[in-house]
Design a protein around this ligand. Structure first.
Ligand code: NAI
Length: 332
């Protein structure tokens, strides 16, 4: 089967890692027509906006996008392109697996968990105002509808990946109404998935438990801000952002991207590590049903990084992005 995917290379190291990932995926033999579209700080001069409408239209047509990092222009009045894309395409579930890769220096060797973050509301609803000078109020929105769809997404992902347990992370002991609603909805949804265990944990205790023993978690689901923080913590457990993939999923569209940013300090030098975006590409292939190609790439990454001979500088090697990619393709 042939697929059509919108490729948004982005800013900084974005084009280097995006083209590297395209080359590895093409080498698996999966037939993809890549529609390359622009977005980011570097296209503002040409289009008057960092997110041209025709880029969004392309994602709407293809339904699936692979996106490199995009810089948020500071002080220009433009909102974050990343937040804008998630909002405009209603990509309500942020899916961030954290799985140890042998050869990547990290505190633990056997981490294997998934964080599902609600992507559209909570404190990121953008509802802030000055009540009186010196007093600012930010509204933390929690709705039944969004809570239900994110918890359902977590259970569906748990089923797809044969996971055993879903944990709701919350602060309902203090935020009795908002997180109380989240938990009430989560318990109701859990009853529809009797094959999967369900439990709950308070967010602050969760941070401690994750650092002490991440193996007690499987799939974790939570609102926006908790998810933002906890998913960076879990990326740290597997050795940092250089190897952390993510997916943003909605009812109609999906966008796959690395967790790291544009790395302006190494952009254009040909030494960026494409692994995080490549593992996001693996999630994309799984989403498309191309499990075999996904597995081949994952095994190749584990082999090449495990050997540690042809890896990029951030992983302790000396290889350029191109040399690393050639080695990955050789091991597919
Ligand atoms: P960053 O992730 O770009 O860089 C942090 C450090 O990690 C740098 O030393 C960088 O060289 C290194 N690094 C990151 N990715 C790497 C890779 N693939 N290979 C090798 N080294 C890598 O974070 P920073 O500097 O805070 O942000 C830079 C820009 O990126 C900002 O404009 C920010 O808004 C944007 N950003 C975009 C994201 C996205 O598009 N999803 C996410 C995070 C930041």
């Amino acid at each position: 089967m042939a697929y059509s995917v919108t490729l948004i290379p982005g800013d900084g190291i974005g084009p280097e890692v995006a083209h590297a990932v395209r080359d590895v995926i093409d080498a698996t033999g999966v037939e993809i027509t890549w529609n390359e579209m622009q977005a980011g700080a570097e296209v503002i001069n040409r289009y008057g906006t960092p997110l041209p409408e025709k880029t969004l239209d392309s994602v709407r047509r293809d339904k699936v996008a692979l996106k490199g990092p995009i810089g948020t222009p500071i002080g220009t009045g433009f909102r974050s392109v990343n937040v804008e894309i998630r909002k405009r395409l209603e990509l309500y579930a942020n899916f961030r697996p954290a799985r140890s890769i042998p050869g990547v220096k990290s505190r633990y060797k056997d981490v294997d968990l998934i964080v599902i973050r609600e992507n559209t509301e909570g404190l990121y609803s953008g509802l802030e105002h000055v009540v009186v000078p010196g007093v600012v109020e930010s509204l933390r929105i929690v709705t039944e509808k969004s809570s239900e769809r994110i918890v359902r997404a977590a259970f569906d992902i748990a089923r797809k990946y044969n996971r055993k347990k879903v944990t709701s992370v919350h602060k309902a002991n203090i935020l009795k109404l908002s997180d109380g609603l989240f938990l009430e909805v989560a318990r109701k949804v859990a009853r529809d998935y009797p094959d999967i265990e369900y439990d709950e944990t308070i967010v602050d205790a969760t941070a401690m438990k994750l650092v002490l023993d991440p193996s007690q978690f499987d799939v974790m689901v939570m609102e926006n801000l908790f998810g933002d923080i906890v998913s960076d913590l879990t990326s740290g457990l597997i050795g940092g952002l250089g190897v952390a993939p993510s997916a943003n999923i909605g009812k109609k569209y999906s966008m796959f991207e690395a967790v790291h940013g544009t790395a302006p300090d190494i952009a254009g030098k040909g030494v960026a590590n494409p692994t995080a975006l490549l593992l996001s590409g693996v999630l994309m292939l799984e989403h498309l049903g191309e499990d075999d190609a996904a597995k081949r790439i994952r095994l190749s990454v584990e082999k090449v990084i495990g050997e540690g001979k042809v890896v990029t500088g951030d992983l302790g090697g000396k290889a350029t992005t191109k040399e690393y990619v050639a080695e990955l393709i050789r091991h597919l």
